[in-house]
Design a protein around this ligand. Sequence first.
Ligand SMILES: [Fe+2]
Length: 264
Amino acid sequence: MIFGRGFDRVCGCTFRFDDPDAENLNFMVKMAALKKKELCVKRYMGERPERRQAQRQQEERGMRQGYPSKEEAEKILQEAESCNPGPWGAHSRCVAECAERIAAACGNMDMEKAYVLGLLHDIGRKFGARHLGHVYDGWKYMEWMGCPEAGRICLSHSFVCQSLELYIGKFDILPEQEKELREALEKLEYDDYDRLIQLCDAIGTAEGVAAMEDRMQDVRRRYGNYPEEKWKRNLALREYFEERMGRDLYSLLGEQEITRQNAN
Ligand SMILES: [Fe+2]
Protein backbone atom coordinates (compact mmCIF):
# COMPACT_ATOMS: atom_id res chain seq x y z
CA MET A 1 0.00 0.00 0.00
CA ILE A 2 1.10 3.58 -0.73
CA PHE A 3 -0.27 6.39 1.30
CA GLY A 4 0.01 10.09 1.31
CA ARG A 5 3.58 11.08 0.49
CA GLY A 6 4.98 12.23 -2.87
CA PHE A 7 2.02 11.12 -4.89
CA ASP A 8 2.07 14.28 -7.06
CA ARG A 9 4.90 12.69 -9.02
CA VAL A 10 3.34 9.24 -9.23
CA CYS A 11 1.48 8.35 -12.40
CA GLY A 12 0.61 5.24 -14.35
CA CYS A 13 1.06 2.87 -11.39
CA THR A 14 -1.49 0.52 -9.94
CA PHE A 15 -2.58 1.06 -6.36
CA ARG A 16 -4.46 -1.25 -4.13
CA PHE A 17 -6.50 -0.08 -1.21
CA ASP A 18 -7.24 -2.56 1.54
CA ASP A 19 -10.04 -1.45 3.78
CA PRO A 20 -10.02 2.17 2.55
CA ASP A 21 -11.37 4.72 4.96
CA ALA A 22 -12.05 8.46 4.94
CA GLU A 23 -8.36 9.27 5.41
CA ASN A 24 -7.59 7.74 2.01
CA LEU A 25 -10.15 9.85 0.17
CA ASN A 26 -7.84 12.81 -0.69
CA PHE A 27 -5.26 10.43 -2.09
CA MET A 28 -7.84 8.67 -4.28
CA VAL A 29 -9.28 11.99 -5.55
CA LYS A 30 -5.80 13.23 -6.48
CA MET A 31 -4.95 10.00 -8.32
CA ALA A 32 -8.24 10.11 -10.24
CA ALA A 33 -7.51 13.74 -11.29
CA LEU A 34 -4.02 12.80 -12.48
CA LYS A 35 -5.36 9.88 -14.53
CA LYS A 36 -8.08 12.10 -16.04
CA LYS A 37 -5.48 14.68 -17.07
CA GLU A 38 -3.32 11.97 -18.64
CA LEU A 39 -6.27 10.68 -20.69
CA CYS A 40 -7.20 14.20 -21.85
CA VAL A 41 -3.65 14.93 -23.02
CA LYS A 42 -3.51 11.66 -24.95
CA ARG A 43 -6.89 12.31 -26.50
CA TYR A 44 -6.18 15.84 -27.71
CA MET A 45 -2.47 15.68 -28.44
CA GLY A 46 -2.36 13.19 -31.23
CA GLU A 47 -3.72 9.85 -30.17
CA ARG A 48 -7.15 10.33 -31.73
CA PRO A 49 -7.42 8.22 -34.91
CA GLU A 50 -9.35 10.95 -36.75
CA ARG A 51 -6.54 13.44 -36.02
CA ARG A 52 -3.96 11.06 -37.43
CA GLN A 53 -6.13 10.52 -40.49
CA ALA A 54 -6.53 14.29 -41.06
CA GLN A 55 -2.75 14.76 -40.83
CA ARG A 56 -2.20 11.92 -43.29
CA GLN A 57 -4.75 13.36 -45.72
CA GLN A 58 -3.05 16.75 -45.56
CA GLU A 59 0.36 15.21 -46.26
CA GLU A 60 -1.08 13.23 -49.17
CA ARG A 61 -2.77 16.38 -50.54
CA GLY A 62 0.60 18.15 -50.44
CA MET A 63 2.22 15.31 -52.31
CA ARG A 64 -0.60 15.17 -54.87
CA GLN A 65 -0.59 18.89 -55.62
CA GLY A 66 3.20 19.03 -55.69
CA TYR A 67 3.75 21.80 -53.16
CA PRO A 68 3.33 22.10 -49.38
CA SER A 69 0.69 24.06 -47.47
CA LYS A 70 1.34 27.70 -46.54
CA GLU A 71 2.15 26.74 -42.95
CA GLU A 72 4.48 23.95 -43.99
CA ALA A 73 6.22 26.22 -46.55
CA GLU A 74 6.81 28.87 -43.88
CA LYS A 75 8.40 26.22 -41.62
CA ILE A 76 10.61 25.03 -44.50
CA LEU A 77 11.76 28.62 -45.17
CA GLN A 78 12.43 29.38 -41.49
CA GLU A 79 14.52 26.24 -41.12
CA ALA A 80 16.42 27.10 -44.33
CA GLU A 81 17.11 30.66 -43.12
CA SER A 82 18.64 29.26 -39.94
CA CYS A 83 21.09 27.29 -42.12
CA ASN A 84 22.06 30.34 -44.20
CA PRO A 85 20.78 33.60 -42.69
CA GLY A 86 20.47 36.58 -45.03
CA PRO A 87 18.11 39.00 -46.77
CA TRP A 88 16.97 36.26 -49.14
CA GLY A 89 14.33 35.23 -46.58
CA ALA A 90 12.69 38.67 -46.58
CA HIS A 91 12.99 38.79 -50.39
CA SER A 92 11.22 35.39 -50.59
CA ARG A 93 8.36 36.65 -48.40
CA CYS A 94 8.01 39.79 -50.53
CA VAL A 95 7.87 37.66 -53.71
CA ALA A 96 5.25 35.40 -52.06
CA GLU A 97 3.05 38.35 -51.04
CA CYS A 98 3.25 39.94 -54.49
CA ALA A 99 2.46 36.60 -56.15
CA GLU A 100 -0.56 36.07 -53.91
CA ARG A 101 -1.96 39.53 -54.65
CA ILE A 102 -1.42 39.31 -58.39
CA ALA A 103 -2.98 35.81 -58.44
CA ALA A 104 -6.02 37.18 -56.59
CA ALA A 105 -6.32 40.08 -59.06
CA CYS A 106 -6.11 37.69 -62.02
CA GLY A 107 -9.17 35.90 -60.72
CA ASN A 108 -8.53 32.40 -61.97
CA MET A 109 -5.26 31.57 -60.24
CA ASP A 110 -4.77 29.74 -56.94
CA MET A 111 -3.66 32.31 -54.34
CA GLU A 112 -2.20 29.77 -51.91
CA LYS A 113 -0.25 28.04 -54.67
CA ALA A 114 1.11 31.40 -55.85
CA TYR A 115 2.15 32.34 -52.30
CA VAL A 116 3.83 29.01 -51.54
CA LEU A 117 5.70 28.86 -54.85
CA GLY A 118 6.90 32.43 -54.30
CA LEU A 119 7.99 31.64 -50.76
CA LEU A 120 10.07 28.63 -51.85
CA HIS A 121 11.51 29.85 -55.18
CA ASP A 122 14.93 30.62 -53.64
CA ILE A 123 14.94 27.75 -51.12
CA GLY A 124 18.19 26.48 -52.70
CA ARG A 125 19.92 29.31 -50.81
CA LYS A 126 19.55 27.12 -47.71
CA PHE A 127 22.70 25.36 -48.88
CA GLY A 128 24.87 28.48 -49.11
CA ALA A 129 25.55 31.59 -51.16
CA ARG A 130 25.68 30.26 -54.71
CA HIS A 131 24.64 31.48 -58.13
CA LEU A 132 23.39 28.80 -60.54
CA GLY A 133 23.99 26.42 -57.64
CA HIS A 134 20.96 27.77 -55.77
CA VAL A 135 18.74 26.97 -58.75
CA TYR A 136 20.01 23.40 -58.91
CA ASP A 137 19.95 22.87 -55.13
CA GLY A 138 16.41 24.26 -54.76
CA TRP A 139 15.10 22.12 -57.61
CA LYS A 140 16.64 18.94 -56.18
CA TYR A 141 15.72 19.74 -52.58
CA MET A 142 12.04 20.29 -53.37
CA GLU A 143 11.88 17.14 -55.49
CA TRP A 144 13.45 15.23 -52.62
CA MET A 145 10.78 16.69 -50.30
CA GLY A 146 8.06 15.33 -52.62
CA CYS A 147 7.14 18.81 -53.93
CA PRO A 148 7.90 18.76 -57.69
CA GLU A 149 5.76 21.85 -58.45
CA ALA A 150 7.83 23.90 -56.01
CA GLY A 151 10.99 22.33 -57.47
CA ARG A 152 9.93 23.35 -60.96
CA ILE A 153 9.69 26.99 -59.85
CA CYS A 154 13.17 26.81 -58.28
CA LEU A 155 14.31 25.76 -61.73
CA SER A 156 12.32 28.19 -63.90
CA HIS A 157 12.44 31.39 -61.81
CA SER A 158 15.92 32.41 -63.01
CA PHE A 159 15.14 31.91 -66.69
CA VAL A 160 12.67 34.45 -67.93
CA CYS A 161 14.22 33.57 -71.28
CA GLN A 162 14.18 29.79 -71.35
CA SER A 163 17.90 29.45 -71.97
CA LEU A 164 20.75 28.54 -69.66
CA GLU A 165 23.11 30.71 -71.74
CA LEU A 166 21.32 33.89 -70.66
CA TYR A 167 21.85 33.20 -66.95
CA ILE A 168 23.49 36.15 -65.22
CA GLY A 169 25.94 34.87 -62.63
CA LYS A 170 28.46 32.12 -62.03
CA PHE A 171 27.98 28.61 -63.35
CA ASP A 172 29.01 27.16 -59.99
CA ILE A 173 27.73 23.62 -60.54
CA LEU A 174 29.37 20.45 -61.86
CA PRO A 175 29.32 19.79 -65.63
CA GLU A 176 26.94 16.82 -65.19
CA GLN A 177 24.62 18.99 -63.08
CA GLU A 178 24.69 21.68 -65.76
CA LYS A 179 23.72 19.09 -68.37
CA GLU A 180 20.87 17.84 -66.17
CA LEU A 181 19.65 21.40 -65.56
CA ARG A 182 19.81 22.32 -69.26
CA GLU A 183 17.82 19.25 -70.29
CA ALA A 184 15.15 19.82 -67.61
CA LEU A 185 14.83 23.51 -68.55
CA GLU A 186 14.42 22.74 -72.25
CA LYS A 187 11.64 20.26 -71.47
CA LEU A 188 9.59 22.75 -69.42
CA GLU A 189 6.47 24.33 -70.91
CA TYR A 190 6.08 27.51 -68.89
CA ASP A 191 2.69 28.10 -67.30
CA ASP A 192 1.30 31.18 -65.54
CA TYR A 193 2.87 30.20 -62.20
CA ASP A 194 6.35 30.09 -63.78
CA ARG A 195 5.67 33.52 -65.33
CA LEU A 196 4.18 34.92 -62.12
CA ILE A 197 7.18 34.04 -59.94
CA GLN A 198 9.60 35.32 -62.60
CA LEU A 199 7.75 38.64 -62.56
CA CYS A 200 7.64 38.86 -58.75
CA ASP A 201 11.32 37.89 -58.48
CA ALA A 202 12.10 40.82 -60.79
CA ILE A 203 10.33 43.35 -58.54
CA GLY A 204 10.56 41.87 -55.01
CA THR A 205 13.41 42.88 -52.73
CA ALA A 206 14.11 42.28 -49.04
CA GLU A 207 12.86 45.83 -48.37
CA GLY A 208 9.70 45.67 -50.47
CA VAL A 209 8.60 46.13 -54.06
CA ALA A 210 11.00 47.90 -56.42
CA ALA A 211 10.59 49.36 -59.89
CA MET A 212 11.51 46.62 -62.35
CA GLU A 213 13.76 48.92 -64.39
CA ASP A 214 15.69 49.89 -61.23
CA ARG A 215 16.21 46.23 -60.35
CA MET A 216 17.49 45.43 -63.85
CA GLN A 217 19.78 48.48 -63.80
CA ASP A 218 21.13 47.33 -60.45
CA VAL A 219 21.91 43.84 -61.83
CA ARG A 220 23.52 45.43 -64.91
CA ARG A 221 25.71 47.54 -62.60
CA ARG A 222 26.73 44.59 -60.38
CA TYR A 223 27.34 42.02 -63.12
CA GLY A 224 28.48 44.33 -65.91
CA ASN A 225 25.69 43.35 -68.32
CA TYR A 226 22.00 42.59 -68.68
CA PRO A 227 20.94 40.85 -71.90
CA GLU A 228 18.56 42.97 -73.96
CA GLU A 229 16.34 39.97 -74.63
CA LYS A 230 15.91 39.38 -70.91
CA TRP A 231 15.17 43.05 -70.28
CA LYS A 232 12.41 43.04 -72.92
CA ARG A 233 11.01 39.75 -71.70
CA ASN A 234 10.64 41.10 -68.13
CA LEU A 235 8.76 44.15 -69.40
CA ALA A 236 6.55 41.85 -71.52
CA LEU A 237 5.79 39.78 -68.41
CA ARG A 238 4.61 42.88 -66.61
CA GLU A 239 2.37 43.81 -69.55
CA TYR A 240 1.01 40.25 -69.72
CA PHE A 241 -0.13 40.28 -66.08
CA GLU A 242 -1.39 43.86 -66.24
CA GLU A 243 -3.60 42.82 -69.13
CA ARG A 244 -4.85 39.79 -67.21
CA MET A 245 -5.58 41.90 -64.12
CA GLY A 246 -6.96 44.85 -66.06
CA ARG A 247 -4.88 47.25 -63.97
CA ASP A 248 -1.41 48.67 -63.40
CA LEU A 249 0.95 46.40 -61.46
CA TYR A 250 2.27 49.13 -59.17
CA SER A 251 -1.17 50.46 -58.31
CA LEU A 252 -2.00 46.94 -57.09
CA LEU A 253 1.18 46.64 -55.03
CA GLY A 254 1.12 50.34 -54.10
CA GLU A 255 1.81 50.37 -50.40
CA GLN A 256 4.82 48.06 -50.75
CA GLU A 257 6.31 50.18 -53.47
CA ILE A 258 9.48 51.56 -51.89
CA THR A 259 12.19 51.93 -54.49
CA ARG A 260 9.80 53.31 -57.11
CA GLN A 261 8.62 56.02 -54.74
CA ASN A 262 12.23 56.85 -53.85
CA ALA A 263 13.13 57.00 -57.52
CA ASN A 264 10.33 59.47 -58.34
FE1 LIG B 1 14.57 35.36 -55.86
